[in-house]
Every structure is written in structure tokens, then in C-alpha cells.
Design a protein around this ligand. Structure first.
Ligand code: FAD
Length: 464
């Protein structure tokens, strides 16, 4: 008996329930991945993320090869590709990891229907989240959670399944249909300093985290100039390592508890999108659905390019372009700046992030954008989330390590002026070779004024 394992964003061999379930009861298992143009060229198309994903596929193929198998990569819509492959191989069952996003769920429905026409069945297994069945996590009244804190309490109580080892051998008559290059897909990575994709790299990063940084996580994770976080996000997004395994291997202690809480945020946003698929395009809070956002393209371009005159914002936006990744604290600051200081639609920021982030994930990105724009799951009023970029910089990048790394014009600016370089006297500007308005932009808005305007906007969301 033959089964297919349809890989999606679970590109690993360790702790893979769908892969293990397929091997339990089938002599031959064909691992397959479908390159889907609707995703590659859709509204969240991204060269950097696709480049990362192709590396993951090559790595997965290598891991399968070491075990006597190989990945079949088909470039077609999965409902067509899988039905044809099932018919060709005589497979009666196709295993995959259950996904919660609106696109993934609709796609699974199409695949299921197409397979049924061929007399085959789709079997969905857990594996994408720390908690297997996010549906189970409901309040005492039986409703899904919209607020993180009670969700987190319930999440901590939910029993977990044991993690699964990677299979030793995978007997399969598979032939690799070579994954195309980025060029062939009509995309380019354009990130100067990208992370390497794949399960091997994910496991190396996990070991590094467990070796030390996780213990200091609670104290250091907000310092963007340090390597105080795991940088596992793209690997978790593509499933190069399972969130369940990461959680299982955490030590005891305050740092690990703080880290584990971040995994809960990930599950929280995935269940939120599952229960509110409309929030993929609209504000979760109905009160803000008529909000009048600015459509100032020049200000938006300044934000995208890291030319706002606010060093921490500019450093973050340049890190995004250089690495396809940005530190979480800085994501919050640039998100607050776009939506509150510039009054620009959070969806513009969401789209820009999806274009560049290697960890770009619809649920996490949308949920976090709505959170920082104060239109989503955050129960706090908007004024609590209007971040002052200069104060944040003084607090989290006091020595300027992060800002100087990404904003070369500011390297020689004295510490005392680094958060607000426009306050430098003219002679200091000349001395450090950073003349405001010539070498580095003057601030595109005045934060105090922008804050007042934002408060008025949130007070009366429909007014001009
Ligand atoms: P660590 O601090 O090491 O955390 C471990 C893991 O926990 C992360 O890898 C991630 O999977 C999860 N996690 C941490 N923080 C969050 C969070 N706030 N929400 C959900 N999961 C979290 N994360 C994405 O994975 N994809 C996105 O597209 C994304 N977009 C974001 C957009 C905005 C505006 C903001 C404010 C945050 C966004 N995040 C997103 C969340 C967070 O910034 C990243 O997960 C984190 O910076 C990744 O770095 P890390 O792996 O070193 O995180």
C-alpha cells in the first residue's frame, strides 16, 4: 500500500506526525511538495521568503535522501498535482499537517474533494503548533479567546503529545523532480544578508538557544543590538523545527518560561485567525472598520526606505531589507510609528512586511499589526501603544549598537544625540560628519504633534 505525504509548511523529518502516521500502515510513502503559483505570485508574494523556502526544500530532500528517499517537487495547484500523483502511484491516502489559515483550509477542502474523485482520502494530522488542537482552547463559556492572557493560562494547562523521532529509513521509490530556481519562478531574493533555510540550520539554532541564551531571555530579549532571541521564526513558519519540540526541550526557569510564552503568542494568533478569518483583511474590532487612514505615499516611502529621521525606526526598516528579518521590539516601534505617527493604514505595513520577512506569516503578521495599530486583539486603549521612538531607543539601545549597525550615517554621532540627532548643534553636526537634512533626514513628523493627532483619530475613528 502506498501513501503520499504532502509537505506544506512542515519542512522537517523530526517530530512530524503526518510523516509518522503515513509510515504506520503503508509500505511505500512518497513525500511530495507542490509549488503553488497562487501563493508564489499572490498578494503576499516574497522573493526573500521563497528563497528561504527553496533552501528548506533542498535540505528536506537531502534529509530524505540520507534515508533512502527523496522529495517529489511538483509545480502545480495541489488539488491537481496530488490527485494525479495519487492516481499514478496508486496511493489511497494523502497525509498532511492541518493548517489553520483561511487559504490553507480552503486549499485542503479542494484537495480533499479532488482526492475523493480518485478514490483517495486526505488525512490531516497535527504538527504546526505547540498545542495540537487549538480548537480545544476555549473559555468556560465555550467561546474562542480574543485576549491573550486568559488564552495563555488555558494554553499552559492543555496536555501535550510526546515528540516523535525522525524515521531512520524511508523506503520509497521516489524520484526528485528538481525544485526550480528563484529566477525560474520570476522572483529574486534581494536580501543582502539572508538566513539559511532548512531543518539542519533550524536544529543548530535550537541547540544554540538551549546552550545559553534561553536562560537570559527574559532580561535580554528586548535588546535589539544583542543576539538575545532565537531567530527561529522563519524555521517555525516553514516548520523546519516543530514548536512542540522547541517547547519540550526548554529548560526550567524564568528565561524559558518567558520564551515559552512567545510560543503561546504564536498559537494565539493562529487560533485568532482561524476563528476570525475576516480579520485577514478587516479590523478585528468593528469600531475601527471605518477608520480614515492617511494615504501619503511619500511618507510611506520614507518609512519603507528607513528615511524617517527617527534612528530606531530607520534602523529597523533597513534591517528588514538587509536581512529579511527584524527584531520584535523594533517591529513594534516601526508599527506604532507607521500607524500612529504617520496615520497610515496598518494593511500597508502588513503588506510591506510580508514582502520582505523570511518569517512572514499571515496569522502572526496580521495579528501583530492589528495589535500595534490598536484595532485588533489588544485590550489596551490606543494611547498605551503610541510608542515614542526616541525614548524606546534610549531604553533598549542605549549604547547605540543596533542603530549604528544599520544606519551608517549616524555612526559618528555622539551617544547623547543618537536618539534625536536633529537636536545636535550645528558645530557638532559638522564635527561628526552628519549634517541633518543633508547626510541624514530631519524627522518627517513631530512625534508630540503626531501623538495628539493619533489620539483624536482613535477617539473618532470615522472622522477626517
Ligand atoms: P523569539 O523571541 O526567539 O521568540 C520565539 C518564537 O516565538 C518566534 O520565533 C515566534 O515564532 C514566536 N513569537 C515571538 N513573538 C511573537 C509574537 N509577538 N507573535 C507571534 N509569535 C511570536 N512573527 C512571525 O513569525 N511572522 C510574522 O510575519 C510576524 N510579523 C510581525 C509583525 C509585527 C508588526 C510585529 C510587532 C511582530 C511580528 N511577528 C511576526 C512577531 C515577532 O516579532 C517575531 O516572531 C519575532 O521577532 C521572531 O524573532 P525570534 O524568532 O528571534 O523570536
Amino acid at each position: 500500500m502506498t501513501a503520499l505525504v504532502w509537505f506544506t509548511r512542515d519542512l522537517r523529518l523530526h517530530d512530524h506526525p503526518a510523516l509518522c502516521a503515513a509510515f504506520d500502515g503503508h509500505e511505500l510513502v512518497v513525500p511530495v511538495f507542490c509549488l503553488d503559483d497562487r501563493l508564489l505570485g499572490g498578494r503576499h508574494a516574497s522573493g526573500p521568503r521563497t528563497a528561504f523556502m527553496l533552501e528548506c526544500l533542498h535540505d528536506l530532500d537531502g534529509g530524505l535522501g540520507d534515508r533512502g528517499s527523496g522529495l517529489v517537487v511538483l509545480h502545480d495547484a495541489p488539488e491537481r498535482a496530488l490527485a494525479e500523483l495519487a492516481a499514478r502511484t496508486g496511493a489511497t491516502e494523502v497525509y498532511c499537517s492541518a493548517d489553520s489559515g483561511p487559504y490553507a483550509r480552503a486549499r485542503a477542502g479542494r484537495v480533499r474533494a479532488a482526492l475523493e474523485r480518485e478514490g483517495a482520502r486526505l488525512r490531516e494530522e497535527p504538527g504546526l503548533h505547540a498545542v495540537d488542537d487549538l480548537e480545544q482552547l476555549r473559555s468556560a463559556e465555550g467561546t474562542p479567546y480574543r485576549v491573550f492572557t486568559p488564552f495563555h493560562r488555558r494554553w499552559l494547562e492543555e496536555p501535550r503529545r510526546p515528540i516523535l523521532p525522525a524515521p531512520d529509513r524511508l523506503p520509497a521509490p521516489a524520484r526528485l523532480a528538481q525544485a526550480p530556481s528563484l529566477d525560474a519562478l520570476g522572483l529574486e531574493s534581494s536580501v543582502a544578508d539572508p538566513m539559511r533555510g532548512g531543518e539542519r540550520e533550524a536544529r543548530r539554532r535550537l541547540e544554540r538557544l538551549l546552550d545559553g541564551p534561553v536562560r537570559a531571555y527574559a532580561d535580554r530579549n528586548d535588546v535589539p543590538g544583542e543576539d538575545g532571541t532565537s531567530r527561529l521564526s522563519p524555521y517555525l513558519h516553514f516548520g523546519c523545527v516543530s514548536a512542540r519540540e522547541v517547547e519540550e526541550r526548554l529548560p526550567r526557569g524564568r528565561g524559558a518560561a518567558a520564551f515559552r510564552r512567545q510560543l503561546a503568542w504564536r498559537d494565539f494568533y493562529h487560533q485568532l485567525l482561524r476563528h476570525h478569518p475576516d480579520s485577514a483583511r478587516h479590523e478585528l474590532q468593528p469600531r475601527y472598520r471605518g477608520m480614515r487612514w492617511s494615504d501619503d505615499r511619500e511618507l510611506f516611502a520614507a518609512w519603507c526606505d528607513g528615511r524617517t529621521g527617527y534612528p530606531l525606526v530607520d534602523a529597523g526598516m533597513r534591517q528588514l531589507r538587509r536581512e529579511g528579518w527584524m527584531h520584535n521590539r523594533v517591529r513594534l516601534v516601526v508599527g506604532s510609528f507607521l500607524t500612529k505617527d504617520l496615520g497610515i493604514d496598518w494593511r500597508w505595513g502588513e503588506r510591506w512586511f510580508m514582502r520582505w520577512l523570511v518569517d512572514g506569516d499571515q496569522a502572526n503578521n496580521n495579528g501583530n499589526w492589528q495589535w500595534i495599530a490598536s484595532v485588533g486583539a489588544d485590550p489596551q486603549p490606543a494611547y498605551r501603544r503610541i510608542y515614542n521612538p526616541a525614548r524606546h531607543q534610549e531604553r533598549f539601545d542605549a549604547d547605540g549598537v543596533y542603530v549604528r549597525r544599520y544606519v551608517s550615517e549616524l555612526r559618528e554621532v555622539p551617544d547623547a544625540f543618537l536618539a534625536e540627532p536633529w537636536r545636535m548643534p550645528a558645530d557638532v553636526q559638522a564635527e561628526c560628519g552628519c549634517v541633518i537634512g543633508r547626510d541624514y533626514p530631519a524627522p518627517v513628523v513631530d512625534h508630540a504633534e503626531a501623538r495628539r493627532a493619533a489620539l483624536a483619530r482613535y477617539e473618532a475613528p470615522g472622522a477626517r
